[in-house]
Structures are given as structure tokens and as C-alpha cells.
Design a binder for this molecule. Structure first.
Ligand code: NAD
Length: 415
């Protein structure tokens, strides 16, 4: 993960002609914290976990990023993800830096009271280095609005009422309207822009999706509402296809009831991984990382790939898609709708104010369109692909902000 994000970082840093030293400055986190999380199990046994918070960059504002619960989480992984948050918040021009963290626990083996205790013990360990003006946490792998509510509650014990310390909270506890569908809506906006660049609109365009969770299901629903034809959907158990279009609202209802799209009667079953090379105009990976690789990128049939998941394409896969002329809208732009509405949630929290769904949607659309336009502009200016352009835009914004905050005798050049 660190290797892949470094690869993309360095390609953009070459375009910007950044010196080796300044690259190192921009890559190095401002602070990495590792805390021991000792709690008790329901039966009174001692539980020991390690929590991480990597605060990557704060040149453009308080740091922002998810908190995940995963047994394999380590410092290197958290560092790579924190860096990506820095570039992502800059691409959508949020007044935030980037961070990431988590606890190396396996929530499948823990009860809710055990998870609650682990979360609170972690907050106790980081309470003085997070906060609405310093570092704002959010849901990530295996964490959700309930965990965010625990964090807000625990942090507020030390610092007073502080809803702005986390986003992705329940609506009953100062969460934002429109947050749940935000990433899917951002995916829709990016897809419509990519089509518009080819003089097309969504009408009759066929779409295949990998992943039908929060991001995939909302993206599919919104795409179908705008005239797109969702011809194939796969999840962790398998896929379902229908060449004249699946009934997406029915599939959403089915998947919510059964926890999978497999077994849905409104289409035929297929082997899940085949979705990557499906015969469709558009491919939307919305599940896992590293699914478009050197082994299958040559067989991708879609002309447009919208990266809803984080890191779905390996560097080798990326190069093959570029050579074949496939338009790839990169993750740090395509899935930035989530962090954008997280910003709206934070802004509402610190103003003690609420926006309705319509306002959230309008503001999200404005920001995503601006970001897409800016990335498209950099791609044209430097004659590079959209991924390199998004990294160039993000890194350039961060590098310029960082330089504007201090006076150096020999300021590093930014191309
Ligand atoms: P989710 O847990 O709600 O859904 C994940 C989906 O992926 C499920 O349908 C699951 O069945 C499917 N999946 C899991 N393993 C699979 C496999 N081996 N093959 C095919 N499908 C598989 O997660 P989500 O919130 O929808 O996130 C999806 C992706 O989007 C992740 O990469 C996440 O990091 C990224 N992302 C999410 C958000 C957000 O706001 N939720 C924001 C930015 C990026």
C-alpha cells in the first residue's frame, strides 16, 4: 500500500519537479502516535490492543481521516492511508489535512460492550492530540456511526460538548443529512463528467459494479435514476447480471434483507470476480483494493473506470489501462464525496446549525464539479492522465500552503 501510494506520489512529484528533500518533507507525517489499549473482556480477562493515529499533514487545516478496526492494521498501512487523505482533501479543496488510524482488533470476535470499552480507552490515549480544530475522526473499515458516537461521548468528557471531533455520526447525534449516500453521489457526478468529456450522457450507458455496500448500492441507485443501465453487480459471495438492466431498487431491497446480491431472482448468477472484465461501458470497483492488476487490466472491456473503492488499481494495472486508452477517474477524486459531506457535517457542528438534504446535495455537486474541472485542467496543462493530475493538484495545493505558512531562506521550487 505504501509502495503504491509512493509510486503515484512520485509520478506527480516529477511533474512538479520537486526536490528529493521536499518530497521527503511532504511524505513524512507530522506526528505518529501509538497507544496501548488495555481493557477487560466480558468474562473479566485482560485484552491488549494497539491503537494508531498517523497525522500526516496540517498545512491546509485540521487533519481528517478514518478510524478502522482491523487485526492487520499497522503503522505503515496507516501512514500510507493518512497520506492519501492529505491529497484527497486537497483535491476537493476542503480546509483539511490528512490523517488515519485504527485499533488492531478483530470486531467479529468482540461484543459491543467490549468494543465500546476499547474505543473509549483509545480516545483516552489520544484525547489531547485530536479535536475539532486539530484532527477529526470518521468511520472506516469495521467502524460506523455507533463507534463515532462513543468517540464523541468520550472526548466530550474531557473537552466539553464536541460533536465536531468526529464525522459520520448518527443523525440523532449531529450527523449530516446526505452523508450516507455522499460517496455514491460523488461517484455519479464523476461518471457524468467523464461521459460529458466524450460528448455522452448517462442515457443507455451500461454499468458493471463490484461491491454493493454503502458506496456501490447508492451509486447504482443514483445511476439508474439518471438513465444508466446497471447490467452486472458482484459482491463477496458472487454476482448477478441482466443485459437489459437489473431493477436496482428491488436489488437494494433484496441485498438489505439478505446481506448479498446472490440469489436475486431478477437476474442470472455469475462468478463474482468476472465483473472486472464485464462487457459494459463503465466499470465501478466499489469494494476492495488491488482488483485491477497486470493480470486482468488487459481484459477490462469498459471504456471508463470510476474508482469508488480505495486503491482498486495497482500501478501495473494503471499503466496497462492508460496504454489501452481507458479513462480512469482515480479514487482520490471519485470517492471524495464522502469526505466532502463529512466536511459539511463538521461545518454544521461547529456552527451549531443544520442543513437540509437538498442543500447538502447542491453543495456536494458544486464541490465535486469544481474538483473534477480542476483535475481535468491539470491533466490538459501537463498532458497527463487523470490520476497523475489529481495527485499533482493535491500535492501542489498542500505544498503551496505549507510554504505560505513559513519563511525559508531558499524556498523549495514547485513546478
Ligand atoms: P461496505 O462494507 O458497505 O460494502 C463493501 C461491499 O464490498 C459489499 O457489497 C461486500 O460484499 C463487497 N465485497 C467485499 N469483499 C468482496 C470481494 N472479495 N469481492 C467482491 N465484493 C466484495 O463498504 P463501503 O463503505 O461501500 O466501501 C466500499 C469501498 O469504498 C471501500 O474500498 C472503501 O474504502 C471505499 N470508500 C468508502 C467511502 C464511504 O463513504 N463509505 C468513502 C471513500 C471510500
Amino acid at each position: 500500500m505504501l509502495e503504491e501510494s509512493l509510486y503515484y506520489f512520485n509520478r506527480a512529484a516529477d511533474v512538479l519537479d520537486l526536490s528529493e528533500t521536499y518530497r521527503k518533507v511532504l511524505q513524512t507525517p507530522v506526528r505518529t502516535v501509538k497507544v496501548e489499549v488495555v481493557t477487560e473482556s466480558d468474562s473479566g480477562e485482560l485484552l491488549s490492543h494497539i491503537g494508531y493515529r498517523v497525522q500526516h499533514n496540517q498545512a491546509r487545516g485540521p487533519m481528517k481521516g478514518g478510524l478502522r478496526f482491523h487485526p492487520t492494521l499497522n503503522e505503515e498501512h496507516a501512514t500510507a492511508l493518512a497520506g492519501l487523505m492529505t491529497w484527497k482533501t486537497a483535491v476537493v479543496n476542503m480546509p483539511f489535512g490528512g490523517a488515519k488510524g485504527g485499533i488492531n482488533c478483530d470486531p467479529a470476535k468482540l461484543s459491543l460492550p467490549e468494543l465500546d470499552a476499547i474505543t473509549r480507552r483509545f480516545v483516552e490515549g489520544v484525547k489531547d492530540i485530536i479535536g475539532p480544530a486539530v484532527d477529526i475522526l470518521a468511520p472506516d473499515v469495521n467502524t460506523n456511526s455507533r463507534v463515532m458516537a462513543w468517540i464523541m461521548d468520550e472526548y466530550s468528557k474531557y473537552h466539553g460538548f464536541s460533536p465536531g471531533v468526529v464525522t459520520g455520526k448518527p443523525l440523532d447525534l449531529f450527523g449530516s443529512e446526505g452523508r450516507e449516500e455522499a460517496t455514491g453521489r460523488g461517484v455519479l457526478i464523476c461518471l457524468e463528467q467523464a461521459l460529458a468529456d466524450n460528448g455522452q450522457n448517462l442515457d443507455g450507458v451500461s454499468v458493471a459494479l463490484q461491491g454493493f455496500g454503502n458506496v456501490g448500492s447508492h451509486a447504482a441507485r443514483l445511476i439508474a435514476e439518471r438513465g444508466g443501465i446497471v447490467v452486472a453487480v458482484a459482491d463477496h459471495l458472487g454476482g448477478v447480471e441482466r443485459s437489459d438492466g437489473l431493477d436496482v431498487p428491488e436489488l437494494v431491497t433484496y441485498a438489505n434483507e439478505h446481506g448479498t446480491v446472490t440469489g436475486f431472482r431478477g437476474g442470472s448468477a455469475f462468478d463474482g470476480p468476472e465483473v472486472i472484465t464485464w462487457n459494459a461501458d463503465v466499470l465501478i470497483p466499489a469494494a476492495l483494493g488491488n482488483v485491477i492488476t497486470k493480470d486482468n487490466a488487459g481484459d477490462v472491456r469498459a471504456a471508463i473506470v470510476i474508482e469508488a473503492a480505495n486503491g482498486p488499481t495497482t500501478p501495473e494495472g494503471h499503466e496497462i489501462l492508460q496504454r489501452r486508452g481507458v479513462t480512469v477517474v482515480p479514487d482520490i477524486l471519485a470517492n471524495a464525496g464522502g469526505v466532502t459531506v463529512s466536511y459539511f457535517e463538521w461545518a454544521q457542528n461547529i456552527q451549531r446549525f443544520r442543513w437540509d438534504h437538498q442543500r447538502v446535495t447542491q453543495e456536494l455537486e458544486k464541490i465535486m464539479l469544481e474538483a473534477y474541472g480542476a483535475v481535468r485542467g491539470v491533466a490538459k496543462e501537463h498532458k497527463v492522465d487523470l490520476r497523475t493530475a489529481a495527485f499533482v493538484l493535491g500535492i501542489r495545493r498542500v505544498a503551496r500552503a505549507a510554504l505560505a505558512r513559513r519563511t525559508f531562506r531558499n524556498p523549495p521550487a514547485i513546478g
